[in-house]
Design a protein around this ligand. Structure first.
Ligand SMILES: [Zn+2]
Length: 370
C-alpha cells in the first residue's frame, strides 16, 4: 500500500485452496483443485498486512464461484447496512453501482428499500439480469464510466481480493466525481482478537485494519468521512470521497500492528491444537457452514475426523469442497447419521439460527461454537 519493502513475516500455510467459494462434482476433483502457499507479511512503514506469496493469475472468478449465504442472519445484516446507506447518503434518486456484487443480493436489498434508485451490479460471476430498478452485468470492472447522476459506488468484500488495492481504488476515484464510495472488508484486528485462524485464506490477499484501510483509501485519493465496525465486528466499513490531500503513514502504528500479528502467531498453534482435540473427542464431528471458514478449517485440520459439512446453500449440497474434499450436505442429512453428531460452528453470528435448525432436524446433536 505504501510501496515500502520493509515488512515482518508471520503466519504461514504450506497450501491453501486458491478459491474456497467453489465446489466440485467429485472428492478427487475437489482434492486436486488448485492450492498455493500463503505467507502473511505486515509492512513496518504503514502497518498493512498481505499475502506475500499471492499470485493473482491463479484467481478465476467465473460462474462457478458461489459465495451465497441464504441465511436470515445475513439478510438482516444486509438490511441494516442498506438502510444505513440510504439514510446517511439520502439515496432518493440516481444510480448506485455495486462493483464485485457477487449474485447481487445486497444491491437487490438496497434497490428494494430505495425504490427510486437505479442499482447496477458488476461481477464476472453473476447471471446478467434486468428487472425494475435493478440490473446485473456479467463483466469485470475495468475503466467503467459512471453515469452523471451516480449517487454511490459500493465495494463490499472486494478490496481484500485485489493484489493492487490502491491502484484499483484510485481507478474508481479518478472517475467518481463527488459521489461517495462505500467500502466494506473483513477486519484483521477482529481475526487476531478472536483467534479465527480459519479466516486466513488465499482469496483474501489483503488484511485491513481500520487504520490501514483508511490509509489505503487516502493513498488512492479518497478521504474517509465515516468509518465503523459491522457484522459483530468481523467486518469494517468506510464511506469516503475524493480528495486531493496526501497521505503519510505513521511508523508507530505500523510497528504496533506488526507486534499484534506476531503475538497472535505465537499462540496460533495452541488454537489449532485445541480444535484438533475437540475433533478427536467429539467422535462424529460435522462442520456447519461450508463457505470460507468451514473450507479453511477442514483444510487445516485432519478431515478424517470430520464426517462432513452442512450448508444451506442448495447449490453446494451433494458436492465437494476444495482442499479437504469434504462433502457438503443439507441440514436434513444430520438426521441420517447413526451416531449423534457434534456440530461445529465457526461463525458465532449464525449460532442462534444454526441451533434452531439443528433442533429441527436432530434435537440430540451437540452444537459447539468455536
Ligand atoms: Zn506499507
Amino acid at each position: 500500500v505504501c510501496g515500502s519493502d520493509s515488512f515482518a513475516e508471520t503466519i504461514r500455510r504450506e497450501r491453501l485452496p486458491v478459491l474456497q467459494n467453489r465446489v466440485y462434482g467429485s472428492r478427487a476433483e475437489a482434492r486436486s483443485s488448485p492450492c498455493a502457499p500463503f505467507q502473511l507479511a505486515t509492512c513496518l512503514i504503514c502497518g498493512f498486512s498481505f499475502n506475500r506469496a499471492f499470485d493473482g493469475w491463479l484467481m478465476v472468478y467465473d460462474e462457478h464461484y458461489d459465495n451465497d449465504v441464504p441465511s436470515n442472519t445475513f439478510r438482516t445484516y444486509y438490511e441494516i447496512v442498506a438502510d444505513m446507506l440510504i439514510r446517511r447518503l439520502e439515496l432518493t434518486s440516481g444510480v448506485v453501482y455495486d462493483i464485485g456484487c457477487g449474485k447481487g443480493d445486497f444491491l437487490r436489498t438496497l434497490c428494494r428499500l430505495a425504490p427510486n434508485v437505479v442499482g447496477i451490479g458488476i461481477d464476472p460471476s453473476c447471471s446478467p439480469i434486468e428487472s425494475g430498478n435493478f440490473a446485473l452485468r456479467k463483466e469485470t470492472f475495468q475503466a467503467e464510466t459512471f453515469a452523471h447522476d451516480t449517487r454511490l459506488v459500493i465495494l463490499r468484500h472486494v478490496l481484500e481480493h485485489i493484489d493492487q488495492p490502491v491502484a484499483f481504488a484510485a481507478m474508481i476515484a479518478e472517475q467518481l466525481g463527488d459521489a461517495p464510495l462505500y467500502v466494506e472488508v473483513p477486519d484483521l484486528d477482529w481475526i487476531l482478537e478472536n483467534g479465527a485462524f480459519w479466516d486466513f485464506c488465499y482469496e483474501h490477499c489483503n488484511y485491513f485494519t481500520p487504520h490501514s484501510l483508511a490509509f489505503a483509501l487516502r493513498r488512492a485519493g479518497f478521504l474517509v468521512e465515516a468509518q465503523g465496525p459491522g457484522f459483530g465486528g468481523q467486518y469494517q466499513w468506510a464511506i469516503c470521497r475524493r480528495s486531493a490531500e496526501d497521505a503519510f503513514p505513521s511508523m508507530s502504528d505500523a510497528r504496533r500492528q506488526a507486534e499484534l500479528v506476531a503475538a497472535y502467531r505465537a499462540h496460533e498453534g495452541e488454537l489449532i491444537a485445541y480444535a484438533r482435540r475437540l475433533l478427536a473427542e467429539s467422535g462424529n464431528a460435522v462442520i456447519w457452514g461450508m463457505a470460507t471458514k468451514g473450507v479453511i478449517f477442514s483444510t487445516l485440520l485432519d478431515c478424517r475426523e470430520i464426517a462432513g459439512g452442512v450448508d444451506i446453500n442448495p447449490k453446494k449440497q451433494g458436492r465437494f469442497v476444495p482442499g479437504s474434499g469434504l462433502q457438503v450436505h443439507p441440514p436434513e442429512w444430520l438426521a441420517t447419521l447413526t451416531v449423534d453428531p457434534t456440530v461445529l460452528v465457526m461463525n458465532g453470528n449464525y449460532a442462534e439460527e444454526i441451533r434452531e435448525e439443528v433442533r429441527r432436524v436432530r434435537a440430540s446433536a451437540r452444537v459447539v461454537v468455536l
